[in-house]
Design a protein around this ligand. Structure first.
Ligand code: SF4
Length: 189
């Protein structure tokens, strides 16, 4: 049996965000992305050797500091390029008090993730998925939580029951104490 990963390679974190899923969220930006979408908002996350390798326990300790969080978001980079570390993080988030939900972003579509070996190990621990690559030609600033019209905001729990991708209801965000834009990464440690 392989041991659970203890570390994860990240581009950074945002401690409070209202633009990466519903409500007030802690965001973990994974480092490394194979998709290379033209016009990507976070090109610094592409290099698989970039960012920092941090302990999963240090991320959990940061999440625990904020009792107002509704959930945690895994963004990128491509979280499904680090399935095992993000799944280990997701398990520890699920074990926290407060029933935090988990939203994951991916450049893969829901259908591609269904065929991606091992992806279910992470997807099965998440509640919401924003799927598909960012397409410059489909860019739309009015979309909630998404950058381009091809991307979908999916309710994974309902999708699992229905056996097909089911769009999530877009709940209004809670009022945050402060707002951190998506590009304002912090580093741990
Ligand atoms: S999947 Fe996301 S992080 Fe990766 S290149 Fe596309 S927009 Fe950028």
């Amino acid at each position: 049996m392989t041991a659970e990963p203890t570390h994860i390679r990240i581009a950074g974190i945002v401690r409070e965000s209202i633009v990466d899923g519903a409500g007030l969220r802690f965001v973990v930006f994974g480092q490394g992305c194979p998709h290379r979408c033209p016009g990507c908002h976070n090109p610094q996350t592409h290099d698989f050797q970039g960012g920092s390798l941090v302990s999963i326990s240090s991320i959990i300790a940061e999440i625990r500091k904020n009792p107002l969080l509704r959930g945690v978001t895994f963004s990128g980079g491509e979280p499904f390029s680090q399935i095992e570390p993000f799944a280990a993080l997701a398990k520890q988030v699920r074990a926290l008090p407060g029933k935090l939900d988990i939203t994951v972003y991916s450049g893969y579509t829901f259908e591609e993730l269904a065929a991606l070996p091992g992806a279910e190990k992470l997807l099965g621990l998440c509640d919401y998925l924003v799927d598909g690559p960012f397409l410059l030609a489909e860019r739309d600033l009015s979309l909630k939580f998404r950058g381009s019209r091809n991307q979908r905001y999916l309710d994974l729990n309902r999708s699992r029951l229905a056996g097909r991708p089911v769009p999530a209801a877009e709940q209004p965000p809670l009022s945050p104490r402060r707002f951190a834009p998506k590009s304002a990464f912090s580093r741990l440690g």
